[in-house]
Design a protein around this ligand. Sequence first.
Ligand code: PXP
Length: 251
Amino acid sequence: MSDRLRLGLNIDHVATIRNARGGAHPDPARAAAMAAEAGADGLTIHLREDRRHIRDGDLDAIRLASTLPINLEMAATEEMCAIATAFKPHAACIVPEKREERTTEGGLDVAGQHNQIAPIVRALAEAGSRVSLFIEPDPVQIAVSEVLGAPVVELHTGKYAELWLEGGQVAAADELENIKIAAREARSRGLEPHAGHGLTFDNVKPIAAIAEIAELNIGHFLIGEAIFTGLPAAIQHMRSLMDEARQEQAA
Ligand code: PXP
């Protein structure tokens, strides 16, 4: 369980910067091409309903640019399901999506939206994608995820990251505990836990040290940091913090 923790690099914000000018630069496919050598194990992209991040044409361009597995984040809508089942990403992560939000706020309510989500999970699985559900670290959401037949749950670390910003590790301690309990609960139900949202060089190690977690998906901070140090250096440093956390936890 404490094998190498995978790093999924979310490259949406390369596209966000490109889209600010409407042209072709910076190209998310170029970021995709650099990711593996720098230490990323996968690419995460979110095709939003309003296309504010990647656009439809980026899907094939990103796939052509890298051999890394693609994790496509998507809303539980018919439009996205049709695109994802045609594109057949390695993994498809269903996320809640509201037009007006700045980023994915809160986890998916799989318990409340079971009937809407169930056929989409089935369709994605039939298309060959590994389905993941982006949920709060909450035992009820995990139990329903198992019933829905998704092999993966991605635990939302947004609240943990916000608390860390407000008061550091002490302020985030209770939420860290919730994430640990949720990761254990997911494993005990045969689900593979991933985690992500708001992770940074400062707050990543306690999450990376949770042995049950198999993958972290990190975007905004790394793309922001890339402005100052370059993308490979930002990825490499995150990679080394994650590996250190795993080694310290195993020692
Ligand atoms: N995982 C999921 C499911 C997300 O929606 C996001 C944000 O797009 C992330 C991870 C990455 O979050 P951040 O950009 O804050 O690192």
